[in-house]
Ligand binder design. Structure first.
Ligand SMILES: [Zn+2]
Length: 287
C-alpha cells in the first residue's frame, strides 16, 4: 500500500472510522467497557451509546488512536510512510509530510512503533540461526554532564538473532552485560535449541552455548565465507538499523532505543507480507 492508494481508499476521516469499525467489530459494535452488544448508535458523532453501562464510546477507545485530535487519515498516512521507509522516518519528516507539528509527529511515530512491537510473539527461531551483538551510541540525557569518552559513553549493547531467510528477534541488553550467562539465557528464550544450528563470531560471551545446542563459530579473520558458516544476515540488519538511527533519529535515547529496534525488526520480519498495512492497522487496534 502506498500513499496514493491510502488517499483513494480512505478519502475522509469517516471512511477511516468505518474501516476501523469493520476490523475491530466486524460491524457488530461492542462496548469496550462491559462487552455488551446492546448499543445505540449516534451516527452523526460516529459514537455509540452502551445501553448496559450507559457509557459512550468510539472505535478508537483503548487503541493507539485514542483521544487523538487529528483526522484518522493522517494516522493512516503516517503508518503507510513508516512501513514503506526502509530506514525509518524522522519526526521532522513526518511533520512535513503530514502538516502536523513536530511534537505531534514524534508522538505519532512512537505510537505506531508501539503497535509494531512483537515482543509478545513467542515463536522460537529454528534452522540456521545467526546471532550477533552490536553497540548503538546513545547521547547523554539533558543535564547529565559533559559527553564522556570511551567506556563512559552511553553505548548500548543490542543482541540480535535471525533465522536465515526468516525472522529476527533483537533486543536491548538492559543491564549492559554481555556475559555468557545473559547470552545463553537469551538463546534459550528465543531459539528452539533442539532444532537449530547457531552461528556467532568468536566473542567469548558465546562460549557456553555449545553445551546445549549446535553452535558454530565463524572465523572473521578469513575473508571468504565457507558454506553456511557466516553471520552476513544479522550484519546486514545491523547496517540497516545503524543507517536508520544515524540518518533519521540522531537523538535516540536509551529509553526509546527498544522502540526503534522493534520498528526495524517489524519491517524486516514482514518484508514479504502483501497486506502489511492491514496487519498493522489490526495491531494498532489491539485485535
Ligand atoms: Zn458498556
Amino acid at each position: 500500500m502506498n500513499i496514493v492508494e491510502i488517499y483513494k481508499l480512505f478519502p475522509t476521516h469517516n471512511h477511516c472510522i468505518d474501516h476501523l469499525e469493520k476490523i475491530r467489530w466486524e460491524n457488530k459494535p461492542t462496548c469496550p467497557y462491559c462487552q455488551s452488544q446492546s448499543i445505540t448508535p449516534r451516527p452523526k458523532e460516529k459514537r455509540y451509546q452502551c445501553n448496559s453501562c450507559n457509557t459512550s464510546f468510539r472505535v478508537t477507545v483503548g487503541t493507539i488512536f485514542h483521544q487523538t485530535h487529528l483526522p484518522l487519515q493522517k494516522w493512516f498516512l503516517a503508518i503507510c510512510l513508516v512501513l514503506n521507509a526502509k530506514k525509518g522516518v524522522s519526526a521532522r519528516q513526518l511533520s512535513r509530510d503530514l502538516k502536523v507539528n513536530k511534537d505531534t509527529a514524534w508522538r505519532m511515530g512512537m505510537k505506531i512503533r508501539q503497535a509494531m512491537s512483537e515482543r509478545e510473539q513467542k515463536e522460537l527461531l529454528t534452522g540456521l540461526v545467526e546471532m550477533d551483538e552490536t553497540y548503538i551510541g546513545g547521547k547523554p540525557r539533558k543535564g547529565s554532564g559533559p559527553h564522556k569518552r570511551g567506556r563512559g559513553t552511553q553505548k548500548i549493547p543490542v543482541v540480535g538473532m535471525v533465522e536465515r531467510e526468516g525472522s529476527i528477534k533483537a533486543e536491548v541488553v538492559k543491564n549492559r552485560k554481555l556475559d555468557s550467562k545473559s547470552l545463553s539465557s537469551l538463546v534459550r528464550r528465543n531459539i528452539d535449541t533442539k532444532n537449530a544450528t547457531l552461528f556467532t563470531d568468536e566473542f567469548k560471551g558465546y562460549l557456553g552455548i555449545k553445551k546445549f545446542m549446535l553452535h558454530q563459530v565463524v572465523d572473521h579473520t578469513v575473508w571468504y565465507v565457507s558454506g553456511d558458516a557466516h553471520t552476513n544476515t544479522i550484519e546486514s540488519f545491523w547496517a540497516l538499523l545503524k543507517r536508520g538511527i544515524v540518518g533519521q533519529y540522531h537523538k535516540v535515547s536509551l529509553r526509546h532505543l527498544a522502540r526503534y529496534i522493534d520498528e526495524f525488526s517489524y519491517r524486516w520480519n514482514h518484508r514479504k507480507d502483501e497486506n502489511l498495512f492491514g496487519l498493522t492497522l489490526q495491531k494498532s487496534l489491539g485485535v
